[in-house]
Design a protein. Structure first.
Length: 432
């Protein structure tokens, strides 16, 4: 086997303790904000499905366009971070994400499904840049031996955002949602357009609010714009140099792990509202189902806060494997069950989702040294799993049922579990 590609060493930032603490708090705030923005898509799905009379496969294009940005923009983002540094890269990401949020205003006025997809894509490009910069950056803001714990703690605040997001979406986006619209085929073209514009107006409110908050956060990071790190010394990423990193088996298989994990997490979150509305489950109203989705994401928040302490004592690979196996079991149980058992099983998946992203990410890029920005970009490309796997899940739901579609994320979780076992058993050592 060829030697690992990731070479060199990266040390924590040699800044004052107060500077590190301020940077750490600011980056953690970012995790909260993009978590809130991302999870709002889950409440958009039932709204857009009804408004534009879409199938499950068609409405999953929202997730497809959002997560496609990770695949298309991660390598350019890693180049931006390599050139500008982590802090300036974060500022750029905040600006792009703000533009995407503001694009919901013209999308509402146009009243076209495609216009919402464009806004989601641009917003996701900004989040991609934030992911590429912030995830490795936070691992440098303290002792290296606590990097896994620090990233997991930041992801806990990301989960706080994803817990609050469904409550906001349920109130502002799904508050007036009904399961069935009037007969749209009987409406004239102008009447149909006006109906869709009026119904879509409530969608733009939370995204405008997010854009304002992002602008304020960008001002905070401007104060740190001249902070440079020893980590960003690699040349701008080229396609060839980035793909050559895949000779590192731990990074390559971890990249696949991110693909399957994100695909599974997004698939469950995307179908959850409609799943809880089904007669075989709980027959809930859309707004009430949307509120319960916060329990799914809230479980991830609780799990991450707990894991931040557990990971100081238990090896990361072992924790990852145990959580992924449990998530697969819960998805399968929900497929087999009905009523409250089915609902509780699928919602409980969130608790075990908690550690998967930060652990896969930090395990995959561990030991990559000066190639860390490029490795981070490569791993973030795999977040495109959130575009591909939900489409497959939606197709299975259209062909069979939403409960059967849960077998798709269950299979994804099994891959993640075997990756964790591979790391734990020493079959996937980190480069030295």
């Amino acid at each position: 086997m060829s030697a690992p590609v990731c070479e060199g060493s990266v040390t924590p930032l040699e800044k004052s303790g107060s500077t590190n603490r301020l940077l750490l708090a600011s980056v953690v705030a970012l995790f909260f904000i993009w978590g809130l923005a991302t999870v709002l898509i889950d409440t958009l799905i039932p709204k857009l499905k009804t408004l534009f009379t879409l199938t499950y496969t068609e409405v999953m294009l929202t997730q497809f366009c959002f997560f496609l940005a990770y695949f298309l923009f991660s390598l350019p983002a890693s180049s931006i971070v390599a050139r500008l540094g982590y802090v300036r890269g974060i500022i750029t990401g905040l600006a792009v994400m703000s533009v995407g949020c503001l694009l919901f205003m013209p999308a509402v006025r146009l009243g076209l499904y495609e216009s919402f997809l464009v806004a989601l894509f641009v917003m996701a490009c900004g989040i991609t840049l934030l992911q590429v910069a912030a995830n490795p950056f936070i691992t440098l803001l303290g002792p290296s031996q606590q990097a896994h714990s620090r990233l997991t703690l930041a992801q806990a605040f990301n989960s706080l955002g994803t817990t609050v997001g469904p409550l906001i979406g349920a109130a502002l986006i799904l508050g007036s949602h009904v399961a069935e619209t009037p007969d749209l085929s009987a409406m004239s073209a102008p009447a149909l357009h006006q109906f869709r514009v009026e119904q879509a107006r409530e969608i733009q409110v939370p995204f405008i609010g997010i854009a304002v908050v992002l602008g304020l956060v960008a001002l905070v990071f401007l104060a740190f714009r001249n902070v440079e790190t020893q980590a960003v010394t690699a040349p701008a990423a080229s396609g060839r140099s980035v793909w050559s990193l895949l000779r590192n088996r731990r990074l390559a298989l971890g990249t696949a792990g991110i693909f399957f994990y994100v695909g599974a997490e997004v698939s469950v979150g995307s179908v959850l509202i409609n799943y809880l509305m089904e007669p075989e489950t709980l027959t809930l109203r859309a707004s009430r189902a949307g509120q319960l989705v916060s329990l799914y994401w809230g479980g991830a928040m609780v799990g991450r806060f707990v894991a931040a302490g557990v990971l100081r004592r238990v090896p990361a690979g072992r924790v990852l494997a145990m959580c992924a196996f449990t998530a697969a079991l819960l998805a399968t149980t929900s497929w087999l069950a009905v009523g409250w058992v089915a609902a509780v099983s699928v919602i409980a998946i969130g608790l075990f989702n908690s550690v998967m992203f930060p652990l896969i990410f930090s395990l995959a890029i561990e030991g990559c040294g000066e190639d860390t920005p490029r490795a981070s970009g490569l791993v973030c490309m795999a977040i495109v799993g959130g575009a591909i796997v939900p489409l497959i899940t939606g197709a299975v739901a259209d062909f069979s049922s939403l409960s059967t579609a849960l077998l798709v994320p269950a299979a994804c979780y099994l891959y993640v579990a075997f990756y964790g076992l591979g790391v734990q058993r020493g079959r996937l050592p980190a480069p030295q």
